[in-house]
Design a protein around this ligand. Structure first.
Ligand code: HEC
Length: 150
């Protein structure tokens, strides 16, 4: 195949994929109730939830642990598209992180709830640890990339 043709074909194949990705990140945000707070304020809430999860586990209080985990599971969307905090060039990749980490947070927060309800406090603790690692992993990639001029 001629190089130009294969390039054209590659663009033809990739463009719809990129579009699908974008739609999915938009859909994720649209699926959540919108709250009157910024992405950063939402993050402060996440921080409070994580602290409360930890407290629930140490106290062996399933209700406290569950209530705290649900703040993560049912978190609202901010009052702006989250990716607008990043520079234009970073937005597509940040969308991808939003999508993949939202899933990881859901899985680990659900594991925390299930273990807590079953009274398995070591299990709850190790899932809370995995949850924390997901927060840290996303922060390592993105927290210092916030573009305050945006
Ligand atoms: C999709 C990536 C991502 C995930 C996942 C994520 N965060 Fe964040 N977080 C950010 C970004 C980006 C900022 C910086 C926001 C800003 O400054 O406007 C931030 C900021 C924060 C802050 C404020 C940080 C500071 O410097 O004071 C807290 C607290 C926080 N996140 C907690 C959490 C917790 C807890 C979790 C996991 C339950 C979590 N975040 C998961 C991206 C993420």
């Amino acid at each position: 195949m001629k190089p130009l043709m294969s390039l054209a074909l590659a663009c033809f194949l990739i463009a719809p994929l990129a579009q699908a990705e974008e739609r999915t990140a938009d859909q994720l945000v649209a699926s959540k109730t919108q709250a009157d707070m910024t992405y950063r304020q939402l993050m402060e809430l996440m921080g409070a939830s994580l602290t409360m999860i930890q407290e629930g586990i140490v106290r062996e209080n399933a209700e406290l642990t569950k209530t705290a985990a649900q703040m993560i599971l049912k978190h609202a969307a901010p009052n702006h598209n989250p990716w607008t905090i990043m520079a234009d060039d970073d937005q597509a990749a940040f969308k991808q992180s939003l999508l993949s980490y939202d899933k990881v947070l859901d899985i680990e927060a659900t594991n925390v709830v299930e273990a807590a309800v079953a009274g398995d406090w070591f299990g709850a603790s190790s899932s809370a640890h995995a949850l924390t690692n997901a927060c840290i992993a996303c922060h390592a990639m993105w927290k210092n990339k916030v573009d305050s001029t945006n």
